[in-house]
Design a protein around this ligand. Structure first.
Ligand code: NAD
Length: 489
């Protein structure tokens, strides 16, 4: 029977460990429960509550109450509390990495790197929030001044995806908290556990109760209730474009601030003068990282005709050597995909490419992998020029390779997708690289590099890839309102 009580309660014991949601400084348990599955074994290993609208309401109410005091806390105090959270994340790195690897299916070493990245992001946002300033014009009429101040936007609803649950949440919750907001987080239903642990660590770091609430449950239930709640003033969402559009429609009726980090199908242009050979291993690593469940990975490679044959053969050579295996095996490059819907969708996209006449090259999956949502690293060539797949996000270990005759053609093809998250250019001619970078419709462009992603550089998408920017001072200012005060004295 469903309990709507928010007090910690004893429910019928489901199999696996129970993780409650975090509301007003306590872990809350209630029925019904929802299973979290291990993508490598397909077995449920933990359970979290399904929070309905009444739970969400209680979480938002508590957050709004806590925010009233927090917004007036001295900025150095807010910074110190958040820095202490960063230290706790580092101290609990092993436990957090294991949990993250188990719920996402990513290799343990990749999970550890996400935990490191999360701690760095926390440190960065703690400082950047402290540096935030308003504006005071130097000159004014005698007896008059104009002050332009920044105020926290209020309660922020943070809705996050399954692929990088911890670092994505850090990019939303920490800048919001740093400037005096409160946060109600709704992690993806497949990967809620690391977010719950982060809320627990925040309390241990002396963040006052109520400021960082985490509610769990399915998107259309718990997420939708959070988005619709009238006291949530800002929604920061990372996820698919489809859900992003739905959230945008719902948020419109409450005129809410929106930050949308959505899907991508990112192109790379490999010009004929590129030093591609030395960068090829990095390109393959990046394109197949997190088993391709990665919004700004390269999905489409446009390769100059003059280097096409050697590029393709060396690319495939690297791809078939990627090691697919259980996330706990050492030196594994790719773990399983996160859940069976993703596998089905990727398999359907690859089969559609095949039916359209494309050539599909796939590495064999190791025979020892009897269970788990694994999908083999795949390279597709010869897809007809106007196949819809070029414009779709492929959220799995699959890349599309296409030769081009001239750069104008490559640019037109790269920009044909409705997405505009990230793009990549490889050339030894810097002026050509910059020209292409300006022409590419993407929020971030890398020239001759792939891996750099700095916390002080803004990140976000154009077109169907989103609205607004995360990271950097712009990603901090997003959680504030400007207020103008005309002062006569
Ligand atoms: P998703 O859109 O299915 O789910 C994201 C979140 O939205 C989950 O928490 C889900 O429960 C919630 N949700 C679903 N329906 C909802 C509704 N009606 N109302 C409110 N919340 C709802 O995305 P996913 O499958 O978890 O993640 C993959 C997607 O995320 C990909 O498209 C990927 O490109 C994108 N992504 C983008 C970025 C970026 O920075 N642009 C980063 C990571 C992932």
């Amino acid at each position: 029977m469903r309990s709507t009580s928010l007090e910690p309660s004893v429910a019928a014991e489901p199999p696996g460990e129970r993780f409650g949601c975090w509301i007003d400084g306590a872990e809350r348990f209630a029925e019904p429960w929802m299973a979290v599955h291990d993508p490598a074994s397909e077995e449920p290993f933990a359970h979290v509550p399904v929070c309905d609208a009444s739970w969400v309401h209680r979480a938002v109410e508590g957050a709004a109450k806590a925010q009233k005091e927090w917004k007036s806390a001295p900025p150095p105090h807010r910074r110190d509390v958040l820095r202490s959270l960063g230290q706790r994340v580092r101290a609990y790195k092993d436990a957090l990495s294991s949990l993250l690897s188990r719920e996402t299916g990513k290799p343990l070493r990749a999970a550890a790197s996400e935990v490191d990245n999360t701690a760095q992001l926390i440190d960065y946002f703690a400082e950047e929030g402290y540096r935030l300033s308003g504006h005071l014009p130097l000159l004014g009429d005698p007896g008059r001044h104009t002050l332009v101040v920044r105020e926290p936007v209020g309660v922020v609803g943070a809705v996050t995806p399954f692929n990088y649950p911890l670092s994505t949440l850090a990019c939303k919750a920490i800048p919001a908290l740093a400037v005096g907001c409160a946060v109600v987080a709704k992690p993806d239903e497949h990967t809620p556990l690391s977010s719950l642990q982060l809320a627990k660590l925040a309390l241990e770091a002396a963040l006052p109760p109520g400021l960082f609430q985490v509610v769990t449950g399915p998107g259309p239930v718990t997420g939708a209730a959070l988005v619709a709640h009238p006291d949530v003033r800002c929604i920061s969402f990372t996820g698919s474009t489809e859900v992003g559009k739905e959230i945008q429609r719902r948020a419109a009726s409450g005129v809410k601030r929106l930050i949308l980090e959505l899907g991508g199908t990112c192109p790379a242009i490999i010009c004929e003068d590129a030093d591609w050979r030395s960068l090829l291993p990095h390109m393959v690593t990046q394109a197949y990282k997190n088993s391709g469940q990665y919004c700004y990975r390269i999905t489409r490679f446009y390769v100059a005709r003059s280097c096409w044959d050697s590029f393709l053969s060396e690319f495939v050579d690297h791809v078939v050597r990627l090691r697919v295996g259980h996330p706990l095996e050492p030196d594994v490059d790719l773990g399983p995909l996160n859940h069976p819907d993703i596998v089905r969708r990727v398999a359907e996209q690859v089969s559609r490419a095949q039916k359209a006449g494309a050539t599909v090259r796939q590495a064999a999956l190791p025979g020892r992998l009897k269970h788990g949502f694994y999908y083999p690293p795949t390279v597709i060539t010869g897809l007809p020029a106007h196949a819809p797949l070029f414009c779709e996000e492929i959220f799995g270990p699959v890349t599309l390779l296409v030769p081009f005759h001239d750069e104008a053609e490559a640019l037109a093809e790269a920009n044909r997708s409705p997405y505009g998250l990230a793009a990549y250019v490889f050339t030894q001619d810097l002026s050509k690289g910059l020209r292409l970078a300006h022409e590419l419709e993407a929020g971030t462009v890398w020239i001759n590099g792939i891996h750099q992603a700095l916390p002080d550089a803004p990140f976000g998408g154009m077109k169907h890839s989103g609205l607004g920017r995360e990271k950097s001072r712009f990603g901090v200012e997003a959680f504030t309102e400007l207020k103008t005060i005309y002062l006569a004295y």
